[in-house]
Design a protein around this ligand. Structure first.
Ligand code: NAD
Ligand code: MG
Length: 408
């Protein structure tokens, strides 16, 4: 007997709930990480749909010029510049506007606590996204979640707090958006498994003797998607798919063995759900993150856009293959973390963030990233049911250990 799909989004079944909750037609969006790949694409969606969306909050870590430009165009209530050295510059640039300017890490949680926004678009990269997202969860907000690391690090706590506070998490990651879309209307129907598709990244089919010499700029060239630096490297190593397996487990309340990965180089099928009758639903489209971003922001509506359409005649062959986990060992390590649970995914994520950081600065080679993650996983003590503080501690411990391996 397969587990019944316990819908973690009770609001899917009550189709109008979100609109009712928001009470207004225009959603006020808080974009965390507005200067990044996800953030700028979210602003494109908002720019094209002023009848549906307006900007309430924008946050950025270092790119003050772009943050100011965005604030002058979208006139948010508040902006946060993470880098405190840039606070005065941003404040001066917005002096003639009504936008409030905040700075520093704590300010992210402070603005996430505002009542004035309807939906957070969680587009910060890495562990740094966890605290502000958790704050929005505790406020019972609607959250469009791009920041997968939030669920990789502390998925049990985030999902439990979301249920307790009646927060709605709508995935933005294209695979999880696909699964979410396949599950709309399937409440209480049992899932046999989900099938996450992976492009395979720029080094599909390559072997370790090739990968050992791969340099940063080559690894940043993704064949199908244009994304931020960290996720581009994660896609090249297949760590991204491993993080997505863990993300899917929490989002859709699955057992590890219900999450399967298949390589699909065309990135046209964004992912699939197989139900207990063997029937499979897939969500398809051209690889363009604006689509899942728009879907999450407009949910439960679908709104019109002019994005290029998928033409099947241009894709006479769709391919599928087994991932090569012997070569791309990060996927095997992430699968191990998925099955072990506890603080292991948090440790995997922390070590990976350090390894990717070092690779992007040409401090280590491509294959060294896997070695660092593996050694850090072996070094860190297992905690079966960590508290939030224990997740933070595991993250810090793993970062320090990973950094010591690189002499950072
Ligand atoms: P990015 O590097 O392009 O942008 C990251 C954003 O986060 C920037 O606005 C930056 O200012 C901010 N930021 C960085 N470090 C920060 C810190 N320490 N504190 C606060 N803010 C910080 O990243 P991205 O590609 O847009 O990815 C964002 C998230 O979305 C990641 O978790 C990624 O895995 C996920 N995601 C991205 C894509 C994509 O196509 N880019 C697709 C699926 C999921
Ligand atoms: Mg993805």
């Amino acid at each position: 007997m397969m587990p019944i799909f316990k819908c973690p989004f009770p609001k899917i079944i009550t189709y109008f709930y979100v609109a009712q909750k928001l009470k207004v037609n225009i959603k006020r969006i808080a974009i965390f990480g507005s200067t990044g790949s996800i953030g700028t694409q979210a602003l494109e969606v908002i720019r094209a749909n002023p009848q549906w969306f307006e900007v309430e909050i924008l946050t950025a870590q270092t790119n003050d010029d772009l943050l100011v430009k965005q604030a002058l165009e979208f006139k948010p209530n508040a902006v946060v510049i993470g880098d405190e050295a840039k606070y005065q510059k941003v404040k001066n640039a917005l002096a003639l506007t009504e936008t409030k300017v905040f700075s520093g890490e704590a300010a992210l949680e402070e603005v996430a606590d505002f009542d004035t926004y309807d939906m957070m678009l969680a587009g910060i990269v890495g562990f740094a996204g966890l605290k502000p997202t958790l704050k929005a969860v505790q406020k019972g907000k609607v959250i469009g979640l791009a920041n997968k690391e939030t669920l990789v690090v502390a998925g049990d706590i985030v999902m439990q707090q979301a249920a307790e506070n009646n927060a709605t998490i709508i995935p933005v990651d294209s695979e999880h958006s696909a699964i979410f879309q396949c599950l709309v209307g399937e409440y209480k129907n049992p899932i046999e498994k989900i099938i996450l598709t992976a492009s395979g990244g720029p080094f599909l089919g390559k072997k370790p003797n090739f990968l050992v010499n791969v340099k940063r700029d080559h690894a940043l060239q993704h064949p199908n998607w244009s994304m931020g630096a960290k996720i581009s490297i994660d896609s090249a190593t297949l760590m991204n798919k491993g993080l997505e397996m863990i993300e899917a487990k929490w989002l859709f309340d699955l057992k590890p063995e219900q999450v399967q990965v298949v390589i699909h180089p065309q990135s046209v099928i964004h992912s699939m759900v197989q139900f207990t009758d063997g029937s499979i639903k897939a969500q398809m489209g051209l690889p363009d993150m604006k689509l899942p971003i728009q879907y999450a922001m407009a949910f439960p509506k679908r709104i019109q856009n002019n994005f290029p359409r998928l033409d099947f005649r241009k894709y006479p062959v769709l391919g599928f293959e087994e991932p090569d986990v012997k070569t791309f060992r990060n996927l095997a390590l992430a699968t191990e973390a998925l099955f072990k649970g506890g603080n292991v995914p948090c440790v995997l994520n922390a070590a990976n963030e350090i390894a990717v950081w070092a690779f992007l600065r040409n401090r280590i080679g491509f294959l060294d990233m896997t070695a660092i993650v593996e050694k850090t996983m072996q070094n860190t003590a297992f905690i079966e049911k960590p508290t939030l503080q224990e997740y933070f501690d595991s993250d810090a411990e793993a970062r320090n250990f990973a950094a010591s391996l690189i002499n950072l």
